[in-house]
Design a protein. Structure first.
Length: 361
């Protein structure tokens, strides 16, 4: 599945406009994750599992003020280490990074460059071949991170960009920690020429004057995010974590669906309600249906939810798992808590030679 090339995925949190980056060596499967977000840990872990990767560590570009890091949760679930800048007040990390350090994963590595200015402890991570770099909030696409809190300093930021980022090759792709307009990537050459705060012939004095007059409001989550991120995203004891479902061994997919395997369902048919969402001709067609399955076609499900007042968990099924995955989302939105999709649908059920009813010859 992986091959020998670099595995790269750019992930997004729409609430804070944060980008998370997954990098892995395709040959060994060793991976790193840059700037994970607390609310998306389950999503990120699912992707790592589906790509058959092993997460070595999570990396923070800086102490974020607009979201809580997922580093601590990922360490609990996947055993990954937490790496942060030494020039921060963060406690609980496994490794504190300095300028010139290397982060090795398989045959690849990231170089660490200190780029303070947005905050005192900002880092930029540069790919070993200088084909791309991850700039955090130091350099944004046609912009730069604010410098008015967390020991930020405009003059320091200007020097960081000019000495540590603009010295990279022109084609080097730059991936920021945030973008609020839907832009995903830029390059050194583009920013040196077109960045309205730092590009062209703009001087340090020009930049400092620009930044002093931004007049931005503080991030909405700052009072929550900064204290949490100073502990690597570890929540207070009073915070209730979103627990994994306990009624069955479920698997969370990158598509955001809880799945359950046919063998477990067959062994627990009396404990669940199997909801078949195929069309009537399919329900009694060649594939048949799971014994005692309740039949509601997907396009009628919303209008017939009152028929599902049951204390049992619901397992949705269709031919291959696509329509039933949508059914689980409909059920969850309607308030049904214990819901799962039958992995592989009736095709996998039949392939595993599990019992059926109503199969036509």
């Amino acid at each position: 599945m992986r091959g020998g090339r670099l595995v790269f995925r750019q992930l997004f949190d729409p609430q804070s406009s944060t980008y998370t980056y997954l990098l892995a060596d395709g040959a060994s499967g060793e991976a790193v994750l840059i700037d994970p977000v607390f609310e998306h840990v389950r999503r990120d872990a699912a992707l790592i599992g589906e790509l058959q990767l092993r997460l070595l560590c999570t990396l923070e570009t800086h102490v974020h003020a607009d979201h809580v890091s997922g580093g601590w949760l990922l360490k609990q679930s996947l055993g990954s280490q937490i790496l942060v800048a030494k020039d921060t007040d963060v406690v609980g990390a496994d490794r504190y990074l300095e300028h010139g350090d290397r982060i090795v994963f398989g045959r690849r590595h990231l170089g660490v460059r200190s780029t303070p200015g947005h905050t005192a402890g900002c880092l930029t991570y540069v790919m070993d071949d200088e084909s791309c770099a991850f700039t955090g909030d130091c350099l944004l696409i046609r912009g730069a991170g604010r410098t008015d809190f967390q020991q930020g300093d405009a003059a320091t930021l200007y020097r960081s960009v000019c000495s540590q980022i603009f010295t990279l090759p022109g084609p080097c792709l730059l991936y920021p920690a945030h973008d609020y307009r839907g832009l995903t990537v830029t390059s050194v050459a583009e920013e040196k020429r077109f960045n309205p705060r730092l590009g062209g012939q703009l001087s340090e004095t020009d930049f400092v004057g620009y930044m002093r007059n931004l007049g931005l409001a503080h991030p909405r989550k700052m009072d929550l995010a900064v204290p949490a991120n100073l502990k690597c995203g570890r929540p207070d004891e009073s915070v209730a974590l979103d627990a994994e479902p306990a009624w069955a061994p479920l698997n969370y997919t990158f598509a955001g669906i809880w799945e359950i395997q046919p063998q477990w369902v067959e062994e627990h048919l009396n404990d669940v309600l199997v909801l078949d969402v195929r069309e009537p001709e399919e329900f009694d067609g060649p594939l048949g249906h799971v014994p005692d399955a309740y039949h509601i076609p997907l396009d009628s499900l919303t209008e017939r939810l009152d028929e599902l007042t049951t204390g049992r968990p619901i397992v949705a099924v269709c031919r291959a798992g696509g329509r039933s995955a949508q059914a689980t989302l409909v059920l969850q939105k309607a308030g049904f808590a214990d819901v799962a999709n039958l992995a592989g649908g009736m095709l996998r059920w039949r392939a595993q030679q599990l019992p059926v009813e109503g199969a036509a010859d």
